[in-house]
Write a protein that binds this ligand. Sequence first.
Ligand SMILES: C[S@@+](CC[C@H](N)C(=O)[O-])C[C@H]1O[C@@H](n2cnc3c(N)ncnc32)[C@H](O)[C@@H]1O
Length: 297
Amino acid sequence: MSILSYPDRGPWGKSSWRGNCSGFIYKELFERILLNQVDPVFIDPMVGSGTSIDVANELGIRCHGLDLHSGFNALRDSILERTGEPGHLVLSHPPYAGQVVYSSNVWGKEAHPDDLSHCVDDEDFHHKLQLVMLNQREATVPGHYYGTIIGDWRRKGVYTSYQAEVIARMPADELAAVLIKQQHNTTSGRKTYGKMVLPFIEHEYILLFKRKARTVLALLGVMAKQAHQRLQGTWRNVVKLVLMDLGGCAPLQKIYERVAAVTDKVASNPNWQAKVRQTLQLSPEFAARERGVWALA
Ligand SMILES: C[S@@+](CC[C@H](N)C(=O)[O-])C[C@H]1O[C@@H](n2cnc3c(N)ncnc32)[C@H](O)[C@@H]1O
């Protein structure tokens, strides 16, 4: 089942810890991923009230629980260096969207600048969480799993998909599973707001990646290719959309005019006309009808 739903959180961790996760979620993941291994190791770099570690201990799984509240900073310290051994599952449950503020609120007197619940904006968060994921990946035995438990968030009508950002910023060929975790007893779920067009978000995601054995340089190569292919694909689709709009065939000048009208991509790319020509020339989706006239192939 790719949908996990546990209304009860069990006896593990602290129910009073805001933003805690049901221990049954960890139990199910450990039973699936770790209990078929010989001497598995579990690592949680953001352990909060310790739910995951309590469950691991109960199941006899060797484990390491770290957190900013006890002197481990996932944005500065290497997880692998701190644990001294890699894990077969390295799973985080970060704070996101400032829903729950940790340092200065749940623990400590002052806001810690590297606390993920104190990010200045979404971009700051996406960037930092990618570092945490890469840190987790480094601490994972090749061929085994790293991942995160994270939700999305809508405020003032704008929906931010934190999980989609994580997936986009990690190597696509390492993504192994996206599970849905139903959230119970959410504050928003308890309120009645009259008739709403779109429902409240009452689920989180469990994103699991399987680490391939590759160097950091090879990883960068994979990520660069991923980003390049996506951008090239967008250019092809933008040019194709313009040609479709122009009836399937048009002179280059008309194509330029339409591209400038339909996309703001041109604003950030001073060589956009050359890019349009290159896209027309290189993609088998387009064919030259006569000099300077292009059509859908
Ligand atoms: C959502 S809570 C984890 C809850 C946990 N799963 C439980 O059931 O209790 C997120 C945790 O991330 C920690 N955290 C935030 N920024 C961090 C950082 N830079 N390094 C390590 N931990 C961090 C917070 O202190 C908080 O305890």
